[in-house]
Ligand binder design. Structure first.
Ligand code: MN
Length: 213
């Protein structure tokens, strides 16, 4: 009985300890800042990673300091929050997902079950790319265009404004295009469509495949 009370006190102490407060860290790029040039310049990558993405991490941590989210994962925050907390949490997740799928030495085509699913749902990889390019050009304002797997196992293209993420719809994200102006304006000015077409050269389908299986 005595040890039971002790362990209860201990567990209360540890769960209210501010050291357990959730804080997120800035993840380094998995390649050099200039590695994706000329499709994405070093200047764009430095601003995109060091200013925009880092800014979302810093803001998220600032918001979490005053909220009871200890021990929650980024995904748990994304599906259970709204307003500034959701916006910053999702932008952190979205950017890490975006940077991770790019490579200076990508696998240039999907293979295996992912390739088969793309052919089944879009006709071909080129048709999938064309549809995602079209969705990126058509998205009004800032946002993301996603390839995701829905609850029935179908691959779908999802256009989301601002920080929107298909995790909120119960879908599994596979690939994303960042169509915020900060992702392309330095290199392509107003030519968003050209930036998106160029980005396919750096999409690593090996990485996308690991997300599908
Ligand atoms: Mn961005």
């Amino acid at each position: 009985m005595y040890s039971c009370i002790l362990s209860l006190i201990f567990s209360i102490m540890t769960t209210t300890d501010t050291a357990t407060r959730t804080q997120f860290t800035v993840r380094e790029l998995p390649y050099a800042y200039d590695a994706l040039a000329p499709q994405v310049s070093e200047e764009t990558m430095r601003f995109h990673h060091d200013k925009h993405y880092k800014g979302y991490v810093d803001k998220l941590n600032e918001l979490l300091a005053d909220l009871p989210y200890a021990g929650k994962s980024l995904e748990e925050i994304i599906v259970s929050s709204d307003g500034p907390l959701f916006n910053n949490a999702a932008q952190v997740w979205n950017h890490e997902f975006y940077f991770d799928q790019l490579s200076p030495t990508p696998q240039t085509q999907p293979t295996g079950d992912l390739k088969a699913a793309i052919d089944r749902d879009f006709g071909s990889v080129d048709q999938l790319k064309a549809q995602m390019n079209k969705a990126a050009a058509a998205l009004f304002g800032s946002g993301w265009v996603w390839l995701a797997e829905d609850k029935s196992g179908n691959l779908v293209i999802v256009s989301e404004q601002n920080a929107g993420n298909p995790l909120r719809r119960g879908m599994k994200p596979l690939l994303c295009l960042d169509v915020w102006e900060h992702a392309y304006y330095v290199d392509y000015r107003n030519r968003r469509a050209d930036a998106v077409v160029a980005l396919w050269d750096n999409i690593d389908w090996k990485k996308v495949e690991t997300r599908y299986y």
